[in-house]
Design a protein around this ligand. Structure first.
Ligand SMILES: *Cc1c(COP(=O)(O)O)cnc(C)c1O
Length: 436
C-alpha cells in the first residue's frame, strides 16, 4: 500500500493564497491603539516594512512567491504527506488518517515558511536588523535561520522561563547567529520596569513582544517580526495546504475532516485556507477543526473583540478571539500554544461558521502523542499533538459509527526539543489545568 505522497521541487507553490479575497463579509480593520481609528499603512511602517504592510492589507487572491524564497523553501519543501496506517490499525478504525509533515524543516516546524519570507521582504526594503520575541524558541530559531540566510542581524527576546529551562533552542538561535536576551531584560525600558517591580518575573509572550517592539522603535534600521497571528503570516503558510491538495489527489482521496492545532493560528490557517477556498466557492463540504489547549482556549473560551497583541498595549488593536492581553497561561501547562489571542482571519472564519473549534486537556494530548510516536515513529511537537488528540477522537467516532472517514491533519513539527515535556508526562508529573 502506498503510504507516502511526495512532490518534487518544481511543485513548490508559486503563489500564496489570500483568504481575504474570498470572505463574504470583510474582516474588521486593525485600529490604532491611540485614536481607535482604522490604522493607516504609515502607522504600521514604524514596525514593519512597506512591502509586508501592503501584504497585510492586500485583498488580492494570490500573491507571487519571490524566487529567492522558493529557492530556500527547496531546502525542505515540498514536505511529505503520509498516511498513518499503523495508527489506523492501533485504533482499529475504518477511518483513513493522513498527515502533512512540517517537522522536516531545519527548525523542525512550519515556522520557517513565514520566517524566510519575512527576512526576504525586510532585506528588499533595506532593513538591516530584525527584533522579535519567542516563547519556547520555535519562532526565534526559525527567524535566526532566515536572517542568516538573507544577511540580516537578528535579536530575540526569549521568555525567561524558557531561556532558563529550555537551553537547546537558545543554542540553535545562537548557532544560526542570533543575539538572545532573557525577557524581561535590561535592554528595554519596559523590561527594566518589570524587573524592578518583580525580579522573579517568569516572563510571558505578551511581555516579550512589548520588549521587541520597543527595541524596534528605538533602534535604527530595525524592524519587528511576528511568527503568527498576522494576515501575512497566515498567507505565507498557505504553501502547506496548496501542496496538500495535490498530494491528496495523488492519494486518490478527499478529506472529510481537516484538523490543525492553534496557538496564534498560522499552521492551521496554512493547511486549512486553501481547502476552505474550495468550500467557500461551493462544491466541497469539508469540516475544519481547530484544536486548542483548555489552559489557553482563546476560540472556545475567549471573546471576539478588539484587543492588543502585547502586554504593554502598544500594538495595533486586532479584532480577534482573545483571553485578554494580560493573560498568562498556568505554569504547569507544558503543551505550548500559549498565546492569548487568535489570528483575525481564523477568528473571522470561526465567527462565520466556516470552521469549528475544540479545547483539550494536556494529559490526554501526551497520551496520544505517545500512541502516535509508537505507531508512526515520529515524535510529535506537543502543539501538534493537540491535533492528534482530535484526530484520534474522530477516528474512534468513525469506528463506533462503522463508517469510513478521511481525516487530514497538520503535523506542524517534531518534538525532539520538547522531550522535557514528555519526561514530565512519562514520570507522572503532568497535571491537567482548569477542568470543568
Ligand atoms: C509555534 C507552533 C505552533 C503554534 O503556532 P500557530 O501559529 O498556531 O501555528 C504549532 N505547532 C508548532 C510545531 C509550533 O512550533
Amino acid at each position: 500500500m502506498q503510504t507516502s505522497f511526495l512532490l518534487q521541487q518544481k511543485d513548490i507553490p508559486s503563489e500564496w493564497y489570500n483568504i481575504l479575497a474570498d470572505f463574504h463579509e470583510p474582516l474588521p480593520p486593525p485600529l490604532h491603539p491611540g485614536t481607535q481609528q482604522p490604522i493607516t499603512p504609515d502607522d504600521m511602517h514604524v514596525i514593519f516594512p512597506e512591502n509586508l504592510v501592503e501584504q497585510e492589507m492586500s485583498k488580492e487572491r494570490t500573491i507571487e512567491i519571490p524566487q529567492p524564497v522558493r529557492e530556500i523553501y527547496a531546502l525542505w519543501r515540498p514536505t511529505p504527506l503520509m498516511r498513518a496506517v499503523r495508527l489506523e490499525q492501533a485504533l482499529d478504525t475504518p477511518a483513513h488518517i493522513y498527515y502533512k509533515y512540517e517537522g522536516v524543516s531545519p527548525a523542525g516546524s512550519h515556522k520557517p515558511n513565514s520566517a524566510i519570507a519575512q527576512a526576504f521582504y525586510n532585506r528588499e526594503a533595506g532593513v538591516k536588523r530584525l527584533a522579535t520575541e519567542t516563547g519556547a524558541g520555535q519562532w526565534g530559531s526559525s527567524l535566526a535561520l532566515a536572517c542568516k540566510l538573507f544577511g540580516l542581524e537578528c535579536t530575540v527576546y526569549m521568555v525567561r522561563v524558557s531561556f532558563e529551562h529550555k537551553p537547546y533552542r537558545k543554542l540553535l538561535m545562537q548557532t544560526w547567529g542570533a543575539t538572545v536576551h532573557s525577557s524581561p531584560s535590561e535592554q528595554t525600558e519596559f523590561g527594566r520596569k518589570i524587573r524592578a517591580k518583580d525580579p522573579n518575573c517568569p516572563g510571558s509572550l505578551g511581555l516579550a513582544i512589548s520588549e521587541a517592539i520597543e527595541d524596534t522603535v528605538k533602534t535604527p534600521h530595525t524592524k519587528y517580526s511576528l511568527g503568527s497571528v498576522l494576515n501575512f503570516v497566515c498567507l505565507h503558510q498557505t504553501v502547506i495546504g496548496q501542496e496538500c491538495i495535490r498530494q491528496m489527489e495523488m492519494a486518490g482521496e478527499s478529506p472529510d475532516i481537516i484538523i490543525g492545532c492553534v496557538g496564534g493560528g498560522s499552521n492551521f490557517a496554512g493547511l486549512a485556507f486553501p481547502f476552505l477556498q474550495e468550500k467557500i466557492k461551493g462544491g466541497k463540504n469539508y469540516r475544519f477543526i481547530a484544536v486548542e489547549p483548555t489552559a489557553c482556549a482563546s476560540l472556545t473560551r475567549g471573546e471576539l473583540k478588539y484587543d492588543f497583541g502585547d502586554t504593554a498595549q502598544t500594538t495595533p488593536l486586532l479584532m480577534m478571539h482573545t483571553l485578554g492581553s494580560g493573560f498568562i497561561p498556568p505554569k504547569i501547562h507544558a503543551g505550548g500554544l500559549r498565546y492569548h489571542g487568535m489570528a483575525p482571519t481564523v477568528s473571522h472564519a470561526y465567527k462565520l461558521g466556516l470552521i469549528e473549534a475544540v479545547a483539550c486537556l494536556q494529559t490526554q494530548v501526551f497520551e496520544r502523542a505517545i500512541l502516535f510516536a509508537r505507531s508512526e515513529g515520529i515524535v510529535p511537537a506537543p502543539e501538534a499533538a493537540h491535533a492528534i488528540n482530535t484526530v484520534v477522537d474522530e477516528a474512534l467516532k468513525a469506528r463506533e459509527e462503522g463508517r469510513k472517514k478521511t481525516i487530514l491533519f497538520n503535523l506542524s513539527g517534531n518534538g525532539f526539543l520538547d522531550l522535557t515535556a514528555y519526561d514530565a508526562y512519562l514520570s507522572g508529573k503532568l497535571q491537567d489545568v482548569d477542568e470543568d
